[in-house]
Write a protein that binds this ligand. Structure first.
Ligand code: NAD
Length: 243
């Protein structure tokens, strides 16, 4: 049986990825930070459809949590076939107004959390000589977003990290790719007004916001055998907003 770990999967894009990978036959570990009930709901839905899923509490900014989750999955399922470093938080506002705490929280969650998860899972995957990792960047990691400078820095860092790791892990049969979503309708954007959202969508060539499923479809392809010759890539899922 193939297994997949998805961090921050109780809602939004992570939830859609967990459901999609379960449909592809993965036993999925639905990582969550706070919301046990919502992650259990995701698992119940998957199990109802005949899949295998379990929720696991893991704050990706705490290295010991990440280590414990990876050890647990390895011990229970023997292999770790796919890892999706999805957990992330936003920080909207002028850089000059950001506190030290905000900056460290965003960096530790988005960038350090991704790196730690890839390191821990990478140890297992390299010894298996097989595995596929997908990291979640953002269009702001590609071009920079005003009033999202720290968020953009973490997402740009994820792109560089993923490309470097792809080269490092490729000789051992482990692929690393990155997805860079554009505007996707999830809770991370709940600070935006309807006017903000309308003006973003007005600039999207495909004329709509992305859905979590749009991103999940890209992730499912990247981890699959159909993408077996694809590594070190950044796949933009942004409706053509930024090519
Ligand atoms: P979301 O806020 O719905 O989901 C983020 C998830 O991460 C939540 O389940 C949250 O609990 C979890 N999380 C936060 N801190 C965590 C921590 N320390 N440890 C573990 N989990 C933690 O938002 P989303 O849109 O589903 O975001 C998923 C990913 O996609 C994020 O990395 C985000 O930056 C990225 N992304 C989203 C968009 C968008 O427009 N929605 C665009 C580009 C990139």
């Amino acid at each position: 049986m193939k297994t997949a770990i998805i961090s921050g999967a109780s809602r939004g894009i992570g939830r859609a990825i967990a459901i999609s990978l379960a449909k592809e036959g993965y036993a999925v570990i639905v990582g969550y930070c706070h919301n046990k009930d919502k992650s259990k709901e995701v698992c119940d839905l998957i199990i109802k459809e005949g899949g295998i899923a379990e929720a696991y509490k893991c704050d990706v900014s705490i290295a010991d949590d990440v280590k414990a989750m990876v050890e647990y999955v390895k011990a229970k399922y023997s292999t770790i076939d796919a890892v999706i470093a999805n957990a992330g938080i936003g920080a909207y506002g002028m850089l000059i107004d950001h506190s030290d705490e905000t900056i460290m929280k965003v960096v530790n969650t988005n960038l350090v959390g991704c790196i730690t998860l890839c390191r821990e899972a990478g140890r297992v995957m390299l010894s298996q000589k097989n595995g596929s990792i997908v990291t979640l960047s953002s269009m702001w990691g590609q071009v920079g977003g005003s009033c999202e400078s720290v968020y953009s820095a973490t997402k740009g860092g994820i792109i560089a990290f993923s490309k470097a790791l792809a080269k490092e892990f490729a000789p051992n049969g482990v692929r690393v790719n990155c997805v860079a979503p554009g505007f996707i309708d999830t809770d991370i954007n709940s600070n935006l007004t309807k006017d903000n959202i309308d003006s973003i969508i007005a600039d999207v060539p495909l004329g709509r916001a992305g859905t979590p499923q749009d991103v999940a479809n890209a992730v499912a392809w990247l981890v699959s055998e159909k993408a077996s010759y694809v590594t070190g890539q950044v796949l933009s899922v942004n409706g053509g907003l930024i090519i």
